[in-house]
Design a protein. Structure first.
Length: 367
């Protein structure tokens, strides 16, 4: 099989590197590579993207070497990279945002197309914009992309049901393949001591992640230390809030992915306080480290956790988050139970080996 993967609009290998997720995102494709005759990436980066994986990676990089604006490049890329695309067997999108590039390529070269949908773009647009027309446009594009796909990969059963009902897509074309965790990297490290009352969260510092409410919650919990991994547009405001309250909060920024397992193992609790999620890898990585996890009762998280079994669910307000943290700190037997069951759950359902096999099975049906 000769596979071409189309990156999300504006995304590049260097973008993954700067976000600290290059190794995480590449893990799946390195697992698939031995089963492929050829693998190529259509990225929005410049020629530096071609150097990031190093010689001998076995992956052909098709970058935006012309420096075109992302929207223009997304339309012209199928023509610009026509030689490689014409020899491909299957095209695959990395997300629905920008997937029209792959749809155009499918029409030009008459190839099979797998559309990967980690989250419903139209659902996110409802929260990101008040413009009714932008939401309608998102739904129209999403519908066209899904109908163009010969197979769809979604991260959860809830999204599968929505796509069937909203866009009248044949259920047989939609495959549920969750996000993965490299369990050889994210694992319980008995040699790393856990620090009492240390809470860690991982995610972009944007409104969606609700980090401000977490900081407000910690304010009323004496002796709690909070580590925040990730960066974003709200970092300066959040740091100012921490200084104002004189809290024990450490901002680590975006860190290399390989450094995250040890940080997770050092903490006593992990929390993801988001307003909404797709299929959160950070949550699964914490579970794979045997860390008791707290998540908000919102789409994407509540589907992944079983309350007081594989995690603890709570509301999104500071008082809800504070109450959840307090209960988890006070109930050692609950922490122990959640830790053990979350670890087993993550290893069974989200291991890289298992997810790579399921994705390969979908690709093979089209080759």
């Amino acid at each position: 099989m000769r596979l071409v993967v189309f990156f999300s609009r504006g995304m590049s290998l260097d973008g993954w590197r700067r976000a600290g997720i290059l190794d995480r995102e590449m893990a799946l494709y390195r697992a698939l590579l031995p089963h492929l005759e050829h693998l190529a990436f259509v990225t929005y980066g410049d020629t530096d993207d071609s150097k990031l994986l190093g010689q001998g990676s076995g992956i052909e990089i098709l970058p935006n070497r012309w420096g075109l604006p992302p929207n223009l490049y997304s339309v012209l890329a199928p023509y610009l990279h026509r030689r490689t695309l014409a020899r491909a067997t299957v095209f695959k999108t990395n997300q629905t945002n920008g997937a029209w590039c792959a749809v155009v390529a499918k029409c030009l070269f008459l190839k099979r197309l797998v559309v990967r949908c980690g989250f419903l773009w139209s659902d996110f647009m409802v929260r990101l914009t008040t413009s009714r027309w932008r939401r309608i446009l998102a739904e129209c594009l999403e519908c066209a992309i899904f109908r163009a796909g010969d197979a769809l990969i979604v991260a959860g059963h809830a999204d599968r049901t929505k796509i069937i009902q909203r866009y009248d897509i044949d259920a047989g074309r939609i495959h549920v393949v969750p996000n993965y965790v490299d369990t050889s990297l994210f694992r319980l490290m008995p040699e790393v001591p856990r620090e009492s009352r240390l809470v860690i969260t991982v995610g972009r510092l944007e409104e969606q992640k609700n980090t401000a409410s977490l900081i407000e919650a910690v304010k009323e919990l004496p002796g709690v230390k909070l580590r925040i991994v990730g960066d974003g547009s709200l970092r300066a405001d959040l740091e100012e809030r921490v200084r104002k309250y004189n809290l024990d909060v450490e901002f680590l920024g975006a860190i290399p992915h390989k450094e995250l397992p040890r940080l997770l193992n050092e903490a006593e609790l992990f929390i993801l306080p988001s307003h909404y999620e797709g299929n959160p890898k950070a949550l699964f990585e914490a579970m794979a480290c045997g860390l008791p996890v707290i998540g908000t009762r919102v789409p994407g998280i509540q589907e992944a956790l079983i309350h007081e079994e594989t995690g603890f669910l709570c509301g999104t307000t500071p008082s809800d988050i504070r109450a959840a943290l307090h209960e988890m700190f006070e109930r050692s037997e609950l922490r122990e139970r959640v830790s053990c069951r979350a670890l087993a759950y993550a290893q069974e359902r989200f291991s890289l080996t298992r997810i790579a096999q399921r994705e390969l099975a979908v690709l093979t049906t089209l080759s």
